[in-house]
Design a protein around this ligand. Structure first.
Ligand SMILES: Cc1cc2nc3c(=O)[nH]c(=O)nc-3n(C[C@H](O)[C@H](O)[C@H](O)COP(=O)(O)OP(=O)(O)OC[C@H]3O[C@@H](n4cnc5c(N)ncnc54)[C@H](O)[C@@H]3O)c2cc1C
Length: 417
């Protein structure tokens, strides 16, 4: 490093541009902070574009019985997002698309009585409606469906459009910074600084607060600063994608199939692909168990599950692919699912905090927690706008393509041994 190296000082520097980082930079900008976001690959790369886009009030977590911490923290979130989508919230999401303004829970005939008792309980009152046979979506208007269908007042968003909207709101402040160009330095008083490598030397980036919101990348960032707390856990999944030939009106569906476990047996969301078709994106227990299986095994399990739960569905012309993907979260006892958004100080670094939203839904909650932390740390907005021109050497980061637009879909018979 030389004394001539250009220097940029930000109130807050955000590292990682998934839903967490992008929501946060929007909130901070609204509050008058001068901030910047640095992304290693493409915005939303790991989990956010691979998510099912369901913005939920936590009903599925109440399946186990009493309300849990998760359901209390999350219950306000759908309304919060709705206000933002209408341009009346703390972040302007008017450019984002809603795929569906509700989603469903359905049961196969074998667990109907459990579901009836659950939906009659206080925990779900006012948030769930039983759907009469005539009002069912096309997919469930088949005579062969013998279970029950409930509609939740939650919604499903087109996540790439959410990410694009959030990025456009802060245009010019989301830089692409491959990890090999980032040098992380911690001085003796525990203050962290980022040095961006250039052809001629470095650009020094200092900040009142660095916030690591890099999903699974948080661990490597901590390691680069010789820190290992807060600790992270990864919960692996293998999602299944089914590209269908049927017209979208016949197959578009968003919902959980409930089995006997606390986790939905199967979660289905439907997404448009760049080649003008629609893909069913399958998660839930199928994807949790799928994490231990080969691609062929999880695809065979998905085909068997769909054939069992929707025997009327013609899958003969469908093509299939899978996506191994990990959820990254703060470490919990016994690898349990965490309750709420998390932000905590990084080890002995005085100006670094680490954040995981733990759910797309909780990104607004995480941003509020971050604002509280900044207040508690006394991080104020600078009176002068920083000169960011030294960072012009970096490109602006783009939104990542969706997994279904990158996957190699194959007919089912290629997965049968
Ligand atoms: C299959 C699946 C389905 C899901 N479905 C839902 C759902 O329906 N509803 C819901 O509420 N939640 C859902 N979730 C959870 C939700 O997607 C995640 O909690 C959320 O997207 C995490 O966002 P994030 O910004 O923390 O991380 P990510 O989206 O993983 O983003 C992290 C970003 O940081 C970048 N990065 C990594 N390392 C560095 C570095 N060194 N420097 C700079 N940048 C870096 C990455 O490239 C990436 O862009 C789902 C998760 C999965 C895996």
């Amino acid at each position: 490093m030389s004394a001539q190296d250009p220097h940029v000082h930000l109130d807050v520097a955000i590292i990682g541009g998934g839903i967490a980082g992008l929501w946060l930079i929007n909130r901070l900008q609204q509050a008058g902070y001068h901030c910047g976001l640095f992304e290693a690959k493409a915005l939303g790369s790991d989990q956010s574009v691979a998510s099912q886009g369901m913005i939920h009030g936590g009903i599925k977590y109440t399946l186990g019985g009493a309300l849990t911490g998760a359901s209390e923290a999350i219950a306000d979130m759908p309304d919060h997002w709705r206000q933002c989508l209408n341009g009346e919230g703390d972040v302007d999401l008017r450019g984002a698309d809603t795929l569906c303004d509700h989603f469903y829970m359905w049961s196969s005939a074998s667990v109907t009585s459990k579901l009836t008792t659950f939906f009659a309980s206080k925990a779900t009152r006012g948030r769930v409606d039983k759907v009469a046979a005539n009002d069912r979506p096309a997919l469930f208007r088949q005579g062969k469906f013998k279970g029950q269908l409930y509609r939740l007042v939650d919604m499903v968003l087109d996540v790439p459009s959410v990410l694009r909207t959030l990025a456009n709101n802060v245009a010019g402040q989301t830089w692409l910074l491959p990890p090999e160009r980032a040098n992380w330095i911690k001085n003796e008083s525990g203050e962290c600084e980022l040095r961006v490598k250039t052809d001629k030397g470095h650009v020094r980036v200092t900040a009142g607060q660095f916030i690591f919101s890099a999903g699974r990348g948080n661990q490597a960032l901590l390691r680069a600063l010789d820190e290992n707390t807060p600790a992270m856990q990864e919960r692996p999944l293998q999602q299944v994608m089914v590209k269908l030939k049927q017209p979208s009106d016949d197959i578009r569906f968003y919902g959980h199939c409930l089995g006997t476990d606390k986790t939905p047996r199967l979660t289905i969301s439907t997404h448009p692909t760049q080649d003008g078709r629609w893909v069913w994106y399958l998660g839930g227990s199928l994807a949790e168990k799928g994490a231990q299986q080969t691609e062929a095994e999880v695809i065979r399990a998905a085909q068997a599950e769909l054939t069992h739960l929707m025997p009327w569905m013609d899958l003969s012309e469908a093509t299939w692919a899978s996506l191994p993907v990990n959820r990254a979260e703060p470490r919990q006892k016994n690898l349990l699912r965490p309750d709420k958004a998390f932000i905590g100080k990084a080890g002995k670094c005085s100006n670094v905090a680490v954040a995981w939203p733990t759910k797309l839904t909780l990104a607004p909650n995480l941003a509020s927690e971050c604002m509280e932390l900044l207040n508690a740390e006394g991080i104020k907005t600078a009176s002068h706008k920083p000169d960011l021109s030294a960072l012009d050497i970096l490109e602006q980061a783009k939104v990542s393509p969706c997994p279904w637009d990158q996957a190699d879909f194959k007919p089912f018979n290629e997965f049968v041994s």
